[in-house]
Design a protein around this ligand. Structure first.
Ligand code: ADP
Length: 537
C-alpha cells in the first residue's frame, strides 16, 4: 500500500475541531427560553461522546435509525455526531411536516428512538401509539423543562449526558455506509428518503468549504438559519468543525429582529437561509434604520432570490448576496455564485445580471441540460432545458426504493428547468411543474415573482398557473403588501409591463396577508393552486 487508507467517520470532523479549534464556539439561542448559550467545539465534542455512550446503553446498534425532531441548537448538532459517529443513522425530521407525512417517514425509516425539542412534545403525545418501532423518546432539555406525560420510556437528554462517560472510541467501518437520512417534503406522493454516507458528506463538506463556495475561515462566524433538518443544513454543521469557524444556531426565533440581534451581538460574518427569512431581516432593518455592520455575505438558496434582494443587501448593508442552488437529493449543494475571472471585465449590468444567477457547479457536481427528447442542449445562456445532475454527493437510489433514481448513464433529473451560459453559470427558469403554460408558450413563475417583489409596495409575491378554458393555463399573482403600503393591481401590472409582454401579464392579482409556506420555508404553490382552483371559471 502506497498511501494510508484510514476509514473515515464523520465524528472525526468534530474530533478535529475539539483538538485544533478547541475554543471556537457553537452559539445557541435555546429553544426553551430563548436565552443565548455558548459551547466550545471541545465541549460539543465531549457532549456528543456522552450521547454516543448513552445511546449505546439504551441499546442502539450499528445501522439503527435514530430520528431527530429539532431546531438548530448545539444539542441537535451534538446528536448528529453522537448518532452517526457510533455507526447509527441520524434521521433528521422536519417538525413542520403534516402528521400524515411524519407518521409515514418515522415508520418507513423504522426509527428506534426519537430525539426532540420539548416544544415538539405535543406531536408525540398525539402520535406515539402509531410508532411501533420507537422504543423511547429523548427530550433535548434539562429535567425542569421535561414534559409531564404518562408515556413511558421518556428520557431527559441532559440527565443522560450527566450520567454518561465522556470518552468514546468512534468505531471504524466502511465509510460508504449510511450516516444520515433526510426525506424530501414530498409535495407529490409519499416523501422519499435520501441516505447520505460518511464519504458523501465528507466530500460535500470539502466542496462547500472551497473559497469559491461558502468561502469562510477560522476567523469567521456563520449564522446557520437553514435548519439542521433541511438537507443537512446545507452541510454547514459538517463544514464548520472542519474549517473552525464559529456557528450560530438560532433556535426557534426566526423573526427579523431576533436574527438581527444574533448577527450584531456575535459579529456574524456570514449567514445562510431561504429567501423568506432574508425578506423579514431586510424589512426589520428598513423599519429600524439599522445596518448589518459585520456581515460580508449572505448565502441564499432553496428558492430563487429576487433581484431586488441583491440590491437591498448590497446598497444598504454592503453585503454580497450569494445565490446557491441544490436539493435534498444533492446533499444539497449543486451550484453557488461567486465571480469568475471570466466575467470581471463585462459591463456592470451584465456582470450583475450573471451574479444573480444560481451559479457555477463546484467540483464533484456535473450538470447537463436536455430537451424533451433527451438531446443535450448547448451552454449558451439561452437554451432552456431540464437540468440533470451527476456527482459524488448525489442520490443514486432513494432509501428502500427498488429501482435507481438515475438513468442508465447515472444522471439524476432535478425536475428544474434551467439555462447554462458560456461562463458556466446556471440559472433556474422554474420548477418544471411550476411553469405556467399559456397557449403553448411558457411563462416563468420565478421571473414574475422576482419582478413583482421589486415593486416598492410588495413584500412577497407568488405566481401560479390557473386552468383556463381558452389558453390552457393563465397566471394569477398572489401578493403580500409591505407593511404600511397599499399597492394597487394597476401599479403592479404597470411595473411588470416593463419586463413582460402583455400576454404574459397575470390575469388578476390577489392581495393576501400571508402566503402559505412549505415545511422548508418556500412558497407552497401546491397549497396556493388548491386554494385558487377554478379562479378563472
Ligand atoms: P423541498 O422542495 O422539499 O424543500 P429541496 O430543498 O430539496 O426540497 O428542494 C429543491 C428544489 O428547490 C430545487 O429542485 C429547486 O427547484 C428549488 N431551489 C433550490 N435552490 C434554488 C434557487 N437558488 N433558486 C431557485 N430554485 C431553487
Amino acid at each position: 500500500m502506497n498511501m494510508q487508507n484510514n476509514p473515515f467517520n464523520l465524528a472525526q470532523l468534530l474530533e478535529f475541531a475539539g483538538k485544533y479549534h478547541p475554543t471556537q464556539k457553537v452559539i445557541t439561542r435555546r429553544v426553551e427560553d430563548d436565552q443565548i448559550v455558548e459551547h466550545t467545539y471541545r465541549e460539543v465534542l465531549a457532549r456528543s461522546k456522552k450521547l454516543a455512550n448513552a445511546l449505546k446503553k439504551l441499546g442502539v446498534q450499528h445501522g439503527d435509525c435514530i430520528g431527530t425532531i429539532a431546531l438548530n441548537t448545539h444539542r441537535h448538532m451534538e446528536s448528529w455526531y453522537g448518532i452517526s459517529g457510533q455507526g447509527a443513522i441520524c434521521h433528521t425530521i422536519n417538525p413542520r411536516l403534516s402528521m400524515k407525512q411524519l407518521h409515514y417517514i418515522v415508520n418507513h425509516a423504522a426509527d428506534k428512538y426519537l430525539l426532540l425539542d420539548p416544544i415538539f412534545w405535543p406531536i408525540i403525545e398525539g402520535m406515539h401509539t402509531k410508532f411501533p418501532n420507537v422504543s423511547g423518546y429523548i427530550v433535548l432539555t434539562e429535567r425542569e423543562n421535561m414534559p409531564k406525560t404518562e408515556i413511558s420510556n421518556v428520557y431527559c437528554y441532559e440527565e443522560l449526558l450527566t450520567d454518561a462517560p465522556d470518552e468514546f472510541d468512534w468505531p471504524e467501518f466502511d465509510p460508504q455506509e449510511g450516516s444520515s437520512l433526510c426525506y424530501t417534503s414530498g409535495t407529490t406522493g409519499d416523501p422519499k428518503g435520501v441516505m447520505y454516507t460518511h464519504t458523501s458528506n465528507l466530500l460535500h463538506a470539502y466542496g462547500l468549504s472551497l473559497s469559491d463556495a461558502i468561502a469562510v475561515g477560522a476567523q469567521d462566524t456563520i449564522l446557520v438559519v437553514v435548519p439542521l433538518f433541511h438537507a443537512n443544513s446545507w452541510g454547514l454543521a459538517y463544514a464548520g468543525p472542519m474549517i473552525g469557524c464559529n456557528l450560530i444556531m438560532p433556535g426557534k426565533r426566526m423573526d427579523g429582529g431576533a436574527i438581527f440581534e444574533l448577527i450584531e451581538k456575535y459579529n456574524a460574518t456570514s449567514a445562510a437561509g431561504v429567501p423568506t427569512v432574508w425578506t423579514s431581516l431586510l424589512e426589520y432593518a428598513d423599519k429600524t434604520g439599522k445596518k448589518m455592520e459585520s456581515l460580508n455575505d449572505v448565502v441564499v438558496g432553496g428558492s430563487a432570490a429576487p433581484p431586488s434582494m441583491f440590491t437591498r443587501f448590497r446598497e444598504k448593508h454592503d453585503v454580497d448576496l450569494i445565490h446557491a442552488w441544490g436539493m435534498t437529493e444533492m446533499s444539497p449543494l449543486g451550484t453557488i455564485n461567486r465571480p469568475s475571472g471570466a466575467i470581471m471585465d463585462l459591463p456592470k449590468d451584465e456582470y450583475l445580471r450573471i451574479r444573480r444567477k444560481q451559479g457555477r457547479p463546484i467540483f464533484g457536481v456535473d450538470l447537463k441540460l436536455v430537451d424533451e427528447k433527451n438531446n443535450q442542449l448547448p451552454h449558451d445562456g439561452k437554451a432552456v432545458g431540464r437540468l440533470l445532475v451527476k456527482g459524488n454527493w448525489i442520490v443514486h437510489t432513494y432509501f428502500k426504493a427498488g429501482k435507481p433514481a438515475v438513468d442508465e448513464d447515472g444522471w439524476f433529473d432535478t425536475g428544474d428547468m434551467a439555462t447554462i451560459d458560456e461562463y458556466g453559470y446556471m440559472e433556474i427558469i422554474d420548477r418544471a411543474k411550476d411553469l405556467i403554460k399559456s397557449g403553448g408558450e411558457w411563462i416563468s413563475s420565478v421571473d414574475m415573482e422576482n419582478h413583482a417583489m421589486g415593486h416598492a409596495g410588495v413584500s412577497m409575491a407568488a405566481a401560479i398557473a390557473i386552468a383556463h378554458e381558452k389558453w390552457g393555463e393563465r397566471p394569477l399573482l398572489i401578493v403580500v403588501p409591505k407593511e404600511g403600503h397599499k399597492p394597487t393591481k394597476e401599479t403592479i401590472l404597470e411595473h411588470l409591463s416593463t419586463e413582460f409582454s402583455k400576454w404574459q401579464l397575470p390575469d388578476d392579482i390577489v392581495f393576501v396577508e400571508e402566503i402559505p409556506l412549505t415545511a422548508t420555508g418556500k412558497f407552497s404553490k401546491l397549497h396556493l393552486r388548491k386554494q385558487f382552483e377554478g379562479y378563472f371559471d
